[in-house]
Design a protein around this ligand. Structure first.
Ligand SMILES: C[S@@+](CC[C@H](N)C(=O)[O-])C[C@H]1O[C@@H](n2cnc3c(N)ncnc32)[C@H](O)[C@@H]1O
Ligand code: SF4
Length: 426
C-alpha cells in the first residue's frame, strides 16, 4: 500500500489511480472552498521538520522568482478549467515560511490571489511567519488585508530548547509578536511545541505566559512529533539529543493547558486555543471537518469531495512541470468509502469531540460498528472518550495521536510497552 503524509502528519493509505481528472472541478461552483498556498522557503531547516522546504544557500533570488511565477501559472491553469470562479471563504498561506518572501513579493502574492478568486465572501486569511522575518515592511503589507491573522512559529522562548532543534531566533520572537500585535494586523497567533529537549513544565508555562503578555490571541500547542527522515530522529537515535519522557510531556501538556485556561484561552480543538471566537483559526477546523480545499504550490494537498491530490515535493520538478504545462500533481485519486470514513474519522479526532450522529448520517454505519474493537482498546487505555453522542481524544490521547492513527490505519499495532507507559502517566 502507498502511504502518504497529509498536513500535520494525517496519513492516507490510498490505492493510487493515476489519470483521474486533476480535480472534480464541477464541485467548485457548488459552495465555498478554502485555499492553501505553499511558500517553501526557510532560513534553515529545523531538526524536527518534515515539511517540504527549501533552506539555507539553496534559496536564491532566482529560485524564489521562478517559484512564484510557477505558482501563479499553476493557479491560472487551474482557474481556466473551472466553469465558474471559485468562491473562497478561507485562505492559508503556509510553508515553509510565507514571511520569508520580501515585503514586495508577499504583497504581490496577496494581491494576485485576491484578484484571481471570488473573495466576496472571504472570512479568513492566515499567514504563517517566522520570528526573524516579522519586519515592519512585511507587517505593513499584511495590515492592508482586513482582519488578517498572522501566525508566528515560536515553539519556545528558551534558547536551550530552541538550539537543540536547530532554531536560533531566541528573544526576537517576543519583539515579533509585540510588533505584530501593536499593528493593525487583525490577530496574532503563536505556535508552541512542548516536549522539546531541555523543556520542563515550568519552561512551557513561562513560554505561554510570555507569548500571552506579548499579545498572542491564539495558540497552536502541539507535542514534538519525531518524524522519520529528520535530523531530530537521527540525533535521538544516536543519543545526541534526549527528549522528555511521556510522563514529563504529559505534565507539560496538563500544566500548559491549565495556564492557557487561567489566562482565558478556550481550547477549541485538541491542539488549539483562542482568546475569542474571532481569533480562532477556522482554516484548520475546515480541514478537520474534511471540507473542500485546494492546495497550490509544491507538496500542497487538495481535497474535493473525496478526491485527493498531492503536488510534487521537489521544487525543481514542481517548477519544471508547471512551466511545461503539465500538472504539478504526482498523486491523485478518489477515496473509497472505507478510506473516506478513515479520513474523516482521523481528521475529526483532532477536533475536541466529534458527533457520532454525524458519522452515522454521513456513512450509514455507526462509529462503533466501524471501529468498535479499536475504540474499546483506546478507551481502556484512557486515550479516547466515547459516549452516546461523541468521540473525543483525551489529553493523553493528544500526546499519542500518531500511534493512534497508525493503529486505526492498521499500519502497526500499539507498541508493546504502550499500555505500561500510558498507565505510568498521571
Ligand atoms: C510552517 S511552520 C510555521 C512557520 C515557520 N516556518 C516557523 O516554523 O516558525 C508550521 C508549524 O508546524 C509545527 N511543526 C513542524 N514540525 C513539527 C513537529 N515535528 N512537531 C510538532 N510541531 C511541528 C511548528 O509549530 C511550526 O510552527
Ligand atoms: S519548522 Fe518552519 S522554519 Fe523550521 S524548517 Fe519547518 S517550515 Fe521551516
Amino acid at each position: 500500500m502507498n502511504k502518504t503524509a497529509g498536513p500535520r502528519g494525517v496519513h492516507f493509505y490510498p490505492v493510487t489511480s493515476k489519470g483521474l481528472p486533476i480535480a472534480p472541478v464541477h464541485i467548485i461552483g457548488s459552495g465555498p472552498i478554502a485555499l492553501y498556498v505553499h511558500i517553501p522557503f526557510c532560513e534553515k531547516r529545523c531538526h524536527f521538520c518534515e515539511f517540504a522546504v527549501v533552506a539555507d544557500r539553496q534559496v536564491t533570488d532566482e529560485l524564489v522568482a521562478n517559484y512564484l511565477e510557477a505558482l501563479r501559472k499553476e493557479i491560472r491553469a487551474f482557474l481556466e478549467i473551472c466553469a465558474t470562479s471559485p468562491k473562497v471563504s478561507l485562505i492559508q498561506f503556509g510553508g515553509g515560511t510565507p514571511t520569508a518572501l520580501s515585503a514586495a513579493d508577499l504583497g504581490k502574492l496577496l494581491d494576485f490571489i485576491f484578484e484571481q478568486f471570488d473573495c466576496a465572501e472571504l472570512e479568513e486569511v492566515i499567514v504563517e511567519g517566522f520570528p526573524t522575518t516579522i519586519t515592519s515592511d512585511r507587517i505593513a503589507v499584511l495590515e492592508r488585508v482586513p482582519n488578517i491573522k498572522l501566525n508566528i512559529g515560536v515553539q519556545s522562548f528558551h534558547p536551550e530548547c530552541l538550539e537543540a532543534v536547530g532554531r536560533d531566533h531566541g528573544l526576537l520572537a517576543r519583539e515579533a509578536i509585540e510588533n505584530a500585535a501593536a499593528s493593525r494586523i487583525g490577530s496574532v497567533g503563536v505556535d508552541l511545541i512542548f516536549g522539546l529537549p531541555s523543556s520542563a513544565a515550568e519552561t512551557v508555562q513561562s513560554d505561554i505566559e510570555t507569548a500571552a503578555q506579548c499579545g498572542a490571541e491564539h495558540f497552536a500547542f502541539y507535542p514534538l512529533w519525531v518524524y522519520d527522515q529528520t535530523t531530530l530522529k537521527t540525533r535521538v537515535r544516536n543519543g545526541r539529543v534526549e527528549l522528555p519522557g511521556h510522563a514529563a510531556q504529559y505534565d507539560q501538556l496538563l500544566g500548559g493547558g491549565t495556564v492557557l485556561a487561567d489566562l482565558g484561552y478556550e481550547r477549541y480543538t485538541s491542539f488549539h486555543y483562542a482568546l475569542r471566537p474571532d481569533a480562532r483559526h477556522y482554516y484548520g477546523l475546515w480541514q478537520m471537518q474534511a471540507c473542500n480545499w485546494i492546495g497550490f504550490g509544491m507538496s500542497a494537498m487538495s481535497h474535493l469531495e473525496g478526491h485527493i491530490r498531492f503536488n510534487d515535493r521537489s521544487i525543481r520538478s514542481y517548477i519544471d512541470k508547471v512551466e511545461s504545462g503539465a500538472t504539478a500533481a504526482v498523486e491523485q485519486f478518489l477515496m473509497t468509502k472505507q478510506q473516506r470514513m478513515q479520513f474523516e474519522f482521523l481528521y475529526r479526532l483532532r477536533i475536541k469531540a466529534f458527533s457520532t450522529t454525524y458519522f452515522f448520517d454521513r456513512f450509514g454505519i455507526s462509529v462503533e460498528a466501524a471501529y468498535g474493537d479499536k475504540l474499546a482498546v483506546l478507551e481502556k487505555l484512557g486515550l479516547i472518550r466515547v459516549d452516546a453522542e461523541t468521540v473525543a481524544l483525551t489529553l493523553r490521547g493528544t500526546l499519542r495521536l500518531r500511534e493512534i492513527e497508525d493503529y486505526i490505519n492498521k499500519i502497526s499495532e500499539l507498541p508493546a510497552d504502550f499500555a505500561m507507559a500510558v498507565s505510568a502517566e498521571v
